[in-house]
Design a protein. Structure first.
Lengths: 275, 269
């Protein structure tokens, strides 16, 4: 099945109930199997600029490259699969663009952004993230986080200093330990996960998971899995009903069919000549 | 304002100690930051590690131990007004700075640059870097924070939701509710195999039907309860009127019909 037939992708972003402008950016492209979400930070409109650069660099560059190349090819430089290399390299490319803009223009000084992106191909998803924007997966009715926040709180949880229950009480939320555009280089965390029929992936900014219990996210996605646009609206509505103190953005990706990459001799041959 | 400890004995305040350092020790010996010269206190009795706005209390293997709010404790994440008892002495922890929840500026995401990364107290392993720590990964799985999968409900007859005693989904939310929850409400099933059963609408979202087949949801919002058609051939009707795709606000004693099953919505109490 073609990737854009196998996936249903819905995105929605909302400034929330308190903030006057929206510093989140989202992009998705079913034809290349990509979903990208970024939560910008920085004064005035610098946050929007940073998240906007991140999303457009990653989405444009990856989709352009995949028009002529297959994500299952080897990347010559790194030896990784092209899909993995593309995600990693373009998050770093976005980092350089934001960093340089921030260096050259005083009003953008110090701007940065989180990012979470999923590239779906060959019955799997490559997930790259920096900061505290998350990807969740609903499989067989159970919600799991498949990214691990780059945040002070997560480090404290990892080191055993604070329990997950206590972490809800922490006054140190919203401190990220990695961000795109803050330093000259960034190391995105990249993982590959197998995809199953019926899976629903949720990419979100912390405006969702700070305002909503994971349990409520799970029950919403489970109940509304048959109506993805309504599920996205419902998630944002619940975050806003609970106070909506931050911008809130969601991307939902539902796996409706298999999308194995073709590896037959003909495909390889065509690929060979196609170069 | 930094958090502080107020040392007292027999209800008399002895001294206040601002938690100005990352690590402060409490003990009998003179080199401690908080010296309590009493034989019931160990030389180095306890330490308080403060990371930005959070403070953690740790017993340094003292002879007589310590209590927090009346419970013997080795390690504790301090909350405003916690009372630490060491021998006859009491230390009250005060951290009454406005929490981020009401100070919009505070809440903005900020980047913590590498040099600012906190250092774990001596004798403890350093805070892990952001790489995944395998032992913690299993810990997260074990604690099962997302609970069990929602029980599949038989279609088309709605059944009571999985029993959740005194479930108050909003009270445990990381942030306080901005708006008061609406009054309690119930849906009573009037026809079909489950006739007579009551569904208490204690959750933000109650599902009627079976996902993949026929679903409507009842949502609880600050200003009331709504019914929304999600999927399936049949749209629910309220008081005989078939609903569209938009949420419909429910009034007291509304009659809902979904896939041949009639039920009544009403407010409780």
């Amino acid at each position: 099945m073609r990737i854009d037939e196998a996936l249903e992708i819905i995105s929605l972003t909302n400034p929330g109930m308190v903030r006057s402008h929206n510093e989140d950016s989202v992009a998705c492209d079913a034809a290349c199997g990509l979903a990208v979400l970024a939560d910008g930070m920085g004064g005035y409109n610098a946050g929007e600029v940073a998240s906007g650069i991140a999303v457009s660099v990653v989405a444009t560059e990856i989709c352009q490259r995949l028009q002529e190349a297959s994500p299952i090819e080897r990347d010559e430089e790194s030896g990784d699969e092209l899909g993995v290399a593309l995600l990693r390299d373009n998050i770093r490319k976005a980092n350089i663009s934001i960093y340089q803009a921030a260096q050259s223009q005083p009003q953008y000084s110090g701007m940065g952004t989180t990012i979470v992106a999923g590239l779906f191909y060959d019955n799997s998803v490559v997930v790259g993230h920096v900061g505290d924007s998350r990807m969740y997966r609903l499989r067989d009715g159970v919600l799991e986080t498949i990214t691990r926040d780059h945040s002070l709180l997560q480090e404290q949880i990892d080191s055993g200093m604070i329990s997950i229950e206590d972490a809800r009480l922490s006054k140190n939320k919203n401190l990220v330990t990695r961000a795109v555009g803050i330093d000259a280089d960034v190391v995105p965390e990249i993982h590959v996960h197998d995809v199953q029929l019926g899976d629903i992936y949720l990419l979100c900014s912390d405006g969702l998971n700070d305002m909503m219990e994971d349990e409520d996210i799970q029950s919403t996605l489970y109940a509304m899995q048959g109506n993805l646009p309504l599920a996205a609206e419902q998630l944002i509505q619940q975050a806003n009903d609970n106070g909506g103190r931050d911008n809130v953005s969601v991307i939902l990706v539902k796996v409706k069919g298999e999308f194995a990459a073709s590896r037959g001799w003909l495909a390889k041959l065509l690929n060979w000549f196609g170069k | 304002m930094a958090a502080k400890l107020i040392l007292s004995m027999d209800g008399v305040v002895i001294k206040e100690y601002p938690l100005a350092k990352e690590r402060m020790t409490i003990g009998r010996k003179a080199h401690n930051d908080i010296v309590i010269d009493n034989l019931a206190i160990s030389g180095e009795h306890a330490a308080i590690v403060t990371i930005l706005n959070d403070s953690f209390l740790e017993d340094l293997d003292s002879t007589n131990g310590l209590d927090v709010n009346g419970v013997a404790t080795k390690k504790h994440f301090l909350q405003n007004n916690d009372l630490i008892e060491i021998g006859k002495y009491k230390l009250k922890y005060i951290n009454d700075q406005v929490s981020q929840t009401s100070a919009a500026d505070f809440e903005k995401t900020m980047v913590l640059r590498a040099p600012v990364r906190p250092v774990a107290p001596a004798g403890e392993s350093n805070l892990s870097q952001t790489q995944i720590n395998p032992s913690m990964a299993t810990e997260v799985e074990r604690t099962g924070r997302f609970g069990v999968p929602p029980a599949a409900q038989a279609a088309p007859a709605p059944q009571p939701p999985p029993v959740q005693p005194a479930a108050q989904p909003t009270s445990a939310a990381p942030a306080p509710q901005a708006a008061a929850a609406p009054q309690a409400a119930v849906v009573q099933i009037l026809t079909g195999p489950n006739a007579g059963k009551e569904l208490e609408l204690v959750k933000n979202l109650t599902t009627l039907g079976k996902p993949g087949v026929q679903v409507a949801v009842l949502t609880r919002r600050p200003h009331g309860f709504f019914i929304t058609h999600v999927e399936g051939a049949t749209h629910p009707s309220v008081n005989g009127q078939v609903l569209g795709d938009q949420p419909h606000q429910l009034q007291d004693h509304d009659m809902i019909e979904l896939a041949g099953i009639k039920m009544e919505f009403y407010f409780k109490g």
